[in-house]
Design a protein around this ligand. Structure first.
Ligand code: MLT
Length: 407
């Protein structure tokens, strides 16, 4: 009889955002006229930049002619996009990344989940808490997480990030092998300053650990002392892989594209202690399991690095950050303790005294018709908090804040 990967049976019944979608669908079916505003999942609402649309049209037309038609592309991505990333993302910040250290993906979610494929099953894992659920779920699936009890996985180390420690995770006393960091942070919208991130890089180097650094929200950083990439930190090219996404940077949640950086200096050990580079191993994994992001989508992504693309994308980012400012202001006026939203498109706030995340989540839905995300859905240290996304329309954002102010 065929058996299954029983690790999948350990997963919680639903992925967080599926759970929320089901609860909202139930509420809508019972209250079909309720004017529900969705500020839960971080999905974008602004249309793609004109430069991106133009590039898409052009690439589609190329596919219509035999002289310009493209079939399978390189598994690592087309050089025109990889080179544009080197030139526009890393070189301006003084970071030397080779074109062959960049792997185009179909969004950061896939690769943050997939990267564990090339890492040993017995590695110990540390996550900051609260956390983007993909890091945990993918390690549960791989058999690294242990068992779930009282809101925690037995083999995962949790580094709490709450208002009490200014959302700055403390270095662990027992060194893990894999360290997941996401900055600007999803879900808290907070950041790590340069010197704080340097501590993690030094720690990883001293302990032969690997940092899996999710930089999906880097485009929202406003302050100069917040690094856009972990490779701005000396030593990081020896101990970190980095994940980027065009989803939030340029509205590609529907198109799907991003990139993963695997520097050639990053190594892991074999069971017998020999050091092996991760870059060729990841390349090998991709060549077997991934046939590349569609050509037209990669052309669309490259368009964000043209002068007009850069300007248009920045306008959209500014639009969302204005939403974030409006939300911060309104929630603060309401007397809530608000975090994030200054270098990130997420607002994280404490629920009123005496309520749990889920209780206030229900109140927001039932009383104000606002969909949010309960902090505890991201981990035990998220209890007592709510996340709102700044990716809604301006109208929805203003209306939601009006309801909260007046409610
Ligand atoms: C979120 O709401 O946390 C994100 O949209 C999820 C994602 O990017 O996959």
């Amino acid at each position: 009889m065929i058996t299954l990967n029983s690790n999948f049976l350990k997963l919680q019944k639903n992925y967080l955002f599926v759970d929320i979608a089901q609860r909202v669908a139930k509420y809508k079916s019972e209250n079909p006229d309720a004017p529900v505003i969705r500020l839960g999942i971080g999905d974008v609402t602004r249309p793609l930049a004109p430069a991106v649309i133009e590039a898409l049209h052009k690439a589609v037309d190329e596919q219509a002619k035999s002289e310009t038609f493209r079939g399978y592309g390189p598994e690592q991505g087309y050089d025109f996009l990889r080179q544009a990333i080197v030139d526009n993302v890393f070189q301006p910040r003084g970071v030397e990344i080779g074109i062959d250290e960049i792997f185009i993906n179909d969004g950061a979610k896939s690769d943050t989940g997939n990267f564990g494929d090339i890492l040993g099953r017995d590695n110990t894992v540390l996550i900051t808490d609260p956390v983007y659920p993909v890091y945990i779920d993918s390690n549960v699936m791989a058999g690294r997480a242990g068992d779930f009890a009282d809101g925690r996985w037995s083999n995962i180390a949790y580094a709490p990030c709450t208002a009490e420690n200014n959302f700055t995770p403390a270095l662990p006393t027992k060194a893990p092998d894999m360290i997941y960091l996401c900055y600007p942070n999803n879900p808290t919208g907070t950041v790590l300053r340069r010197q704080e991130l340097q501590k993690w890089v030094d720690y990883a180097l001293a302990n032969d650990a690997l940092i899996l650094y999710d930089a999906a929200y880097a485009a929202y950083i406003r302050h100069d002392d917040v690094p856009r990439s972990i490779y701005e930190i000396p030593g990081a090219k020896k101990c970190a892989v980095e994940f980027h996404s065009y989803s939030k940077t340029a509205g590609f949640t529907g198109l799907r594209c991003g990139f993963t950086v695997v520097p050639k200096d990053v190594v892991a050990r074999t069971a017998t202690g020999e050091k092996v580079q991760l870059n060729p191993l990841w390349n090998r994994r991709q060549c077997t399991k991934f046939n590349g992001t569609p050509y037209v989508v990669q052309r669309a992504a490259a368009a964000i690095y043209t002068p007009e693309g850069k300007r248009q994308v920045q306008e959209t980012i500014d639009y969302y950050m204005e939403n974030a400012r409006i939300m911060r202001e309104a929630l603060t006026e309401k007397g809530l303790k608000v975090f994030g939203g200054e270098d990130a498109p997420y607002i994280w706030f404490r629920v009123p005294e005496g309520m749990t995340s889920w209780e206030y989540w229900e109140e927001l839905l039932h009383k104000y018709n606002i969909v949010s995300t309960p902090g505890v859905g991201f981990g035990p240290s998220g209890e007592g908090y709510i996340r709102l996304t700044a990716f809604g329309t301006r109208e929805d954002c203003v209306e939601a804040m009006r309801r909260l102010r007046e409610g």
